[in-house]
Design a protein around this ligand. Structure first.
Ligand code: NI
Length: 133
């Protein structure tokens, strides 16, 4: 581990400190390391489709919507070569939230996540892609 010195405007540092306090970081170094990891993982998303990755795709949907639940299961079977595990939460009488964890190349993970997110009736779909090095 190396020690570095950085220069930051007071306003930006103030905002960063408030953010860290809200999130519960105990020191600036850990907050800055996480910010860098976040920045670099987003950068590599577009970089190399063959890179080994894990991903978490989260989304909300209405399970009473015709055929949607079975379409989502169908999507997972269609991509059965990609290891996946889904956590399901019954949010209220109508809505479900799912978080599906995927493992594969960046291209595979992005394609499967995209098939889920773009299904009609799936809302707030978002993929968190994490490169494994
Ligand atoms: Ni449910």
């Amino acid at each position: 581990m190396e020690r570095i010195t950085i220069t930051i405007e007071d306003d930006l540092l103030g905002e960063f400190d408030e953010y860290m306090e809200r999130k519960g970081y105990s020191n600036r170094s850990e907050g800055i390391r996480d910010a860098l990891r976040h920045m670099l993982s987003h950068e590599s998303e577009a970089d190399d489709d063959l890179e080994k990755c894990v991903g978490c795709v989260s989304y909300v949907y209405n399970h009473k919507e015709r055929l949607l639940s079975s379409k989502l299961v169908e999507t997972q079977h269609h991509h059965h070569e990609i290891p996946a595990a889904t956590l399901h939460l019954h949010v209220d009488a109508d809505n479900c939230m799912e978080a599906t964890i995927l493992s594969g190349t960046a291209k595979q993970v992005k394609e499967m996540a995209n098939d889920i997110i773009t299904e009609t009736g799936v809302r707030y779909g978002k993929l968190h892609l994490i490169p494994i090095k």
